[in-house]
Design a binder for this molecule. Structure first.
Ligand SMILES: Cc1cc2nc3c(=O)[nH]c(=O)nc-3n(C[C@H](O)[C@H](O)[C@H](O)COP(=O)(O)OP(=O)(O)OC[C@H]3O[C@@H](n4cnc5c(N)ncnc54)[C@H](O)[C@@H]3O)c2cc1C
Length: 453
């Protein structure tokens, strides 16, 4: 590595939207940079739901961090998980994964470890209603969704029984709306002609939202339009409906249990637990209260950015937990580090809202840019354009564009792979053998198989 002599050392925790932007801001600047992430790749989270619903493959929305940053001579990328800090000694502790030192020192620290979904104190619900945050989550949800159709087809073929096929999405924010619309798309279009025994178009997709509208951060008229677009796709939208319990193959809504083959959790945010180790106050979601220049109250050389940071805008509203906010925070934090080095005063963070958009399905989306509000086909085209240009790497852009065009014209999903589940396959063989011996077990007696769906 070509290190500037005696250059201050900046350590960045996290290679997501905030951390990656920070590294790029400091690339080839008079500092030595180390970026630590527990994954070797940056994930483009806005398109995770398309991996979960078999439109895209994981590699199309994730890129190796080392590759993205290879052109900067002053940046080293470290695979590792930060587990704590000594802010006095200016060191970071890494999870020990091999013999050797597991501590790293810094002059400046930028913490951008993001957030996960919160189960509001019921982490045990995660097993039966996984959330969507990482590539692993998306592949697991894809497995459950596709397997649900396969198991229903198998049961119908072996026993002649066609049970209802229910999908439940919990939370009517952008991720919940996108997931519900995309699952409806799979059932009604992509799979419809491929199954012989079951009618996939009869699958129910239910979206439960606790408040009185979906996409609550958008203008009311757009929420209304989004709900209508979801219903046109066949999604049943239940408002003012709190999920109060989750068990295997069912969720409790208010006082009533609703059976489901697959449940997806798409609500609640919990900042990285690293925030609690930073000797600073946190809000209810675990976000760290930062100063207007994004530093910690008692440590001017430590910045917290992105989904981990809690800061109010001039209008009193919190800075939203979105990718542009994380990237803009990275720009401010890095500008302040470079200002320190030039002995210039720091500047405060100011969020520039470039608008928001959410897609509901084929030809359907909503967008709000300042006072401009769009819905339907035009909003959908805008959504496609913004997401393609925001993807990292020309290869990914080209590949995603090709997949989308293919899916648009053929209505097919090219990433319909169930991976990592040999158990269901072997049980399938047992069922076929049993059928040959005219001893057909019911799916009730095969609960371990259904559990995987
Ligand atoms: C499904 C989904 C859809 C979304 N859609 C949109 C959208 O359409 N538009 C939009 O603007 N925003 C969207 N968001 C929000 C957006 O992705 C986040 O606001 C943004 O990623 C926050 O950036 P960040 O850098 O704070 O965290 P992240 O991008 O989450 O990055 C955190 C990084 O830190 C790493 N990490 C975590 N803990 C550790 C540790 N202890 N040690 C080392 N590394 C660690 C992680 O591996 C990860 O790479 C979406 C989020 C999700 C989950």
């Amino acid at each position: 590595m070509n290190k500037a002599k005696n250059a201050p050392k900046v350590v960045i925790i996290g290679g997501g939207f905030g951390g990656l932007q920070a590294a790029q801001e400091l690339g080839n600047k008079p500092v030595e940079v180390a970026l630590i992430d527990r994954k070797n790749h940056h994930t483009f989270q806005p398109l995770l739901y398309q991996v979960a619903t078999a439109v895209l493959s994981p590699g199309e929305i994730a890129s190796p961090i080392r590759r993205i940053l290879h052109k900067y001579k002053n940046i080293e990328v470290i695979l590792g998980e930060a587990i704590g800090f000594d802010l006095q000694k200016q060191t970071i502790k890494l999870l020990q994964c091999a013999a050797g030192p597991n501590e790293l020192s810094y002059d400046y620290l930028i913490v951008a470890a993001g957030a996960r979904h919160s189960y509001f104190g019921h982490d045990e619900w995660e097993e039966d209603a996984p959330g969507l945050k990482t590539i692993e989550d998306a592949v697991e949800i894809r497995r459950r969704v596709l397997l649900a159709f396969e198991l229903a087809e198998r049961e119908a073929y072996l026993t002649g029984v066609r049970k209802p096929l229910n999908f439940v999405v919990i939370g009517g924010g952008p991720t919940g709306v996108e997931m519900a619309g995309a699952i409806a798309g799979i059932a009604r279009q992509a799979l419809a002609k491929d199954f012989k025994e079951i009618d996939t178009t009869k699958a129910r997709v239910m979206l439960f939202e606790g408040s009185d509208r979906v996409l609550g951060t958008f203008a009311e008229e757009l929420s209304e339009k989004a709900k209508k677009q979801l219903e046109d796709l066949g999604v049943e939208v239940f408002l003012n409906s709190f999920v109060t319990d989750v068990e295997e193959n069912r969720v409790k809504v208010g006082e009533d249990w609703v059976d489901c083959n697959v449940a997806v959790w798409a609500t609640g945010v919990a900042a990285s637990p690293l925030g609690k180790t930073l000797d600073a106050e946190t809000d209810r979601a675990g976000r760290v209260f930062v100063q207007p220049d994004l530093s910690l109250p008692n440590y001017k050389n430590v910045f917290v950015i992105g989904d981990m940071a809690s800061l109010k805008m001039e209008n009193g509203q919190p800075v939203p937990g979105v990718a542009p906010a994380a990237q803009q925070m990275a720009q401010t934090a890095c500008a302040n580090i470079l200002r320190d080095l030039r002995r210039e005063p720091r500047k405060n963070f100011k969020y520039a809202d470039k608008g928001s958009m959410a897609t509901i399905g084929r030809n359907r989306a909503i967008a709000e840019i300042g006072n401009w509000k769009f819905s339907g086909y035009f909003a959908w085209l805008m959504w496609l354009f913004v997401h393609v240009i925001s993807l990292i790497g020309f290869r990914n852009r080209l590949s995603v564009l090709t997949e989308w065009m293919w899916a648009y014209f053929t209505r097919e999903r090219s990433a319909r792979l169930i991976v990592g589940d040999a158990e269901a396959m072997s049980d399938s063989r047992q069922l076929l053998e049993a059928k040959a011996a005219t001893q057909i077990p019911t799916l009730e007696s095969q609960k371990n198989v259904v559990k995987t769906a």
